[in-house]
Design a protein around this ligand. Structure first.
Ligand SMILES: Cc1cc2nc3c(=O)[nH]c(=O)nc-3n(C[C@H](O)[C@H](O)[C@H](O)COP(=O)(O)O)c2cc1C
Length: 227
């Protein structure tokens, strides 16, 4: 598969079918809908490395996300070395294997799942391990408000990930969000030698696409209520 960049000749640019209404029909928003609707979670990548300036561009998009009180709780660790990818995948795989085993999942299924996950992590030219830090966030004496503050940090960090995913798509890269670090935060912190104050939230795999993906969404009416 060829590396792709968004071009005006892209058939996906014909966004008229993508709109829910003609409300903004005089606005030249084809690029916008291509960006929003053309992004897909892609899990297999070409071996081509992703250049550091491009990764920095994506991270710059990430840090321009809105955040609660503009405290920017996101933290990123970029992994491009095979050794670290391997270590991360091996350690996460071992833990996943033992969790699934304890759940009574069939051994063959466990091996298959772990193998797929390993291929995805080690086969991605770049990984961004996304964490959040509460440093700089407000501190409350009671759990109710402290929990809301934590949630705001999670929400802000998730928004930075969405910016990163959209930027990846804009620059012709493919990406996928993996939630695995949420289940093994200590392990991720240990392998990547992250500060204690970083709470791993996600792993974003990045590279040039080696597969094409299609996804649909449910109609607005199934997810929106008007009052
Ligand atoms: C919070 C979150 C966690 C996700 N975790 C995983 C994951 O662990 N593995 C995976 O393959 N995809 C994961 N995804 C990607 C979703 O499966 C994907 O976004 C969804 O199927 C819609 O497909 P699309 O992104 O191509 O529109 C995650 C996405 C989000 C937002």
């Amino acid at each position: 598969m060829q590396k792709q960049r968004i071009a005006s000749a892209d058939p996906l640019d014909d966004h008229r079918d993508w709109r829910q209404s003609d409300w903004a029909s005089d606005v030249d928003d084809g690029w916008f809908w291509q960006l929003i609707r053309g992004r897909r979670s892609v899990r297999r990548y070409l071996p081509d490395p992703v250049e550091r300036p491009l990764l920095e561009q994506l991270l710059t998009a990430a840090i321009w996300a809105p955040s609660a009180h503009n405290r920017q709780p996101w933290r990123f660790c970029v992994v491009t070395t095979d050794q670290t990818k391997q270590a991360l995948s091996d350690r996460m795989g071992a833990r996943w294997r033992s969790d699934l085993s304890a759940d009574g999942v069939d051994e063959a299924i466990i091996e298959r799942r772990v193998r797929i996950s390993h291929a995805r992590i080690t086969g991605a030219p770049a990984l961004v391990a996304v964490s959040l830090s509460l440093e700089g966030m407000d501190d409350y004496p009671d759990p109710r408000r402290q929990e809301a503050e934590w949630l705001m940090a999670v929400q802000s960090t998730a928004l930075s990930c969405q910016n990163l995913l959209l930027a990846a798509h804009r620059y012709g890269l493919a990406a996928c969000w993996m939630c695995a670090p949420l289940f093994v935060p200590d392990l991720v912190r240990d392998v990547l030698d992250l500060p204690e104050s970083w709470h791993p939230q996600a792993l974003i795999t990045l590279g040039y696409a080696a597969e094409e993906k299609q996804r649909e969404r449910l109609p607005l009416a199934e997810r929106v209520t008007w009052r």
